[in-house]
Design a protein around this ligand. Structure first.
Ligand SMILES: [Mn+2]
Length: 446
């Protein structure tokens, strides 16, 4: 491999590398990806990211907030390209990092990692504009075909220590330290805690709750911002505050996919059976995993996107129970707050493109899952059969021994650099902001 570190340095500076080197890196990346299963096993600690969409400077901001590779273990849930002005620099950098540090970065496929979609939403045009031919686009599309469809995060910690140790007087804090275990913590890019949620301690009692993941309502503690609490550890370690895990409980695995579930898939093992090494089909299980969205409905519904399905909280609960999952992490939908949990925390949308399309005004988020210190680091990487329950239902149909992982969201804003050399603002139709597969686009255009 010719000077991979040099290529990484060049791409980090938002400068392109020669076409011959792109070809070489794409070939090398494909060799690595071929060896991965449809569902990659990833050990916590890991930092999970959503859509990037060619917003290169915001990707640099993401690394600033979450820590650099290889210090931080990253999992990107697809949609690296299209929309933004730097799809090539963004995707090629991630690909170089994958080749350089294969065990520190996992890339899974989004619905935009497709020949059809990239010819409509910008990546193809960018390749022609920057390289003068479609060669690089073709190399990249060949890599897309080999990207995994999902990932399973194992060994995530159920607890994260509050990052408030820098406060001089904890009694002044509005955070109810001691009232419960920290479940979700939101930090901004300055490391300041802006919101925390706590899990009530009585969750292990057999009669108090039908939901073992009883989450108290979010508490806005932004009033404490002026006190600038400091982090307990470097970004991305997530587990910097590992507490002792409860002996009676463990966290289930976390399934990561770009879009969501499919009516054709009722187990993680069925995802493993898909022949993924192809262009994203217009329908079927593989299409659904990349295109579907959760919605406040019961069962399955038709997607307004014209590809994939809508699925309700009952579907998520059943799937999580059957597969011993404590959480589904997915991307694919713009969330103004950067992340959004639904269905009592059974699924979360993580969105990592701030000020999407340079006009939406949203913040972005990444999700850090800590490492469970209690498992002694012996989490199986080989398959999804780890710790599968024996079908014994707890109260409310939930496995009482599976609890959700502690989640640390880092929220960040768009990088200032991204406004440099922006084209003049022009009104964009709202349908531009949601992606549709080609047959649907033709309907829109006519
Ligand atoms: Mn998407």
């Amino acid at each position: 491999m010719s000077d991979l570190d040099g290529a990484i340095a060049q791409l980090r500076a938002c400068r392109l590398i020669p076409e011959t080197q792109v070809r070489e890196i794409c070939y090398k990346a494909r060799e690595l990806l071929i060896e991965e299963g449809n569902v990659v096993s990833v050990d916590a600690p890991v930092t999970i990211c959503g859509d990037i969409h060619g917003q290169f400077h915001d990707l640099m901001e993401l690394f600033r907030v979450g820590g650099d590779i290889p210090d931080t273990n990253y999992l990107f849930m697809g949609d690296f390209v299209d929309r933004g002005f730097y799809s090539l620099e963004s995707f090629l950098l991630l690909l170089c990092l994958k080749v350089r540090y294969p065990d520190r970065i996992t890339l899974i496929r989004g619905n935009h990692e497709s020949r059809q979609i990239t010819t409509v939403y910008g990546f193809y045009d960018e390749c022609i504009r920057k390289y003068g031919s479609a060669n690089v686009w073709r190399y990249c599309c060949e890599v897309f075909d080999y990207l995994a469809l999902g990932a399973l995060v194992l060994g995530a910690s159920s607890e994260l220590e509050p990052t408030l140790t820098g406060m001089n007087d904890p009694s002044q804090s509005t955070v109810p330290i001691g009232e419960g275990e920290l479940e979700t913590e939101v930090l901004n890019s300055r490391g300041e805690v802006t919101m925390s949620t706590y899990r009530r301690r009585e969750r292990e009692s057999s009669e108090t709750s039908t939901d073992s993941r009883n989450i108290s309502p979010p508490r806005d503690i932004s009033a404490t911002r002026g006190q600038t609490p400091t982090r307990t550890g470097p970004p991305g370690t997530g587990a910097s505050g590992n507490g002792p895990s409860s002996q009676a409980s463990r966290t289930g695995a976390v399934l990561c996919v770009h879009g969501g579930l499919s009516p054709l898939i009722d187990s993680v093992d069925k995802i493993r059976l898909i022949d993924r090494k192809q262009e994203v089909p217009h329908e079927g299980a593989m299409c659904d995993l990349l295109w579907s969205d959760p919605d406040e409905i019961e069962g399955w519904g038709l997607s307004p996107r014209g590809a994939g399905f809508l699925f309700g909280g009952d579907i998520v609960k059943q799937f999580n129970y059957k597969n011993d999952l404590s959480l589904i992490a997915r991307a694919h939908q713009l969330v103004m707050e950067g992340y959004k949990e639904m269905f009592e925390g059974g699924i979360v949308t993580v969105w990592s493109a701030p000020n999407y399309c340079y006009r939406c005004g949203n913040v972005a988020a990444i999700l850090e899952l800590g490492e469970d210190a209690s498992n002694g680091g012996t989490v199986s990487r080989s398959n999804g059969d780890y710790g599968r329950s024996n079908g014994v239902l707890g109260p409310g149909g939930l496995d009482p021994t599976v609890i959700s992982p502690g989640r640390r969201y880092r929220v960040f804003e768009a990088a200032a650099q991204d406004t440099r050399g922006m084209p003049a603002k022009k009104p964009v139709a709202d349908y531009f902001l949601v992606s549709y597969p080609l047959p649907f686009l033709f309907i829109c255009w006519v």
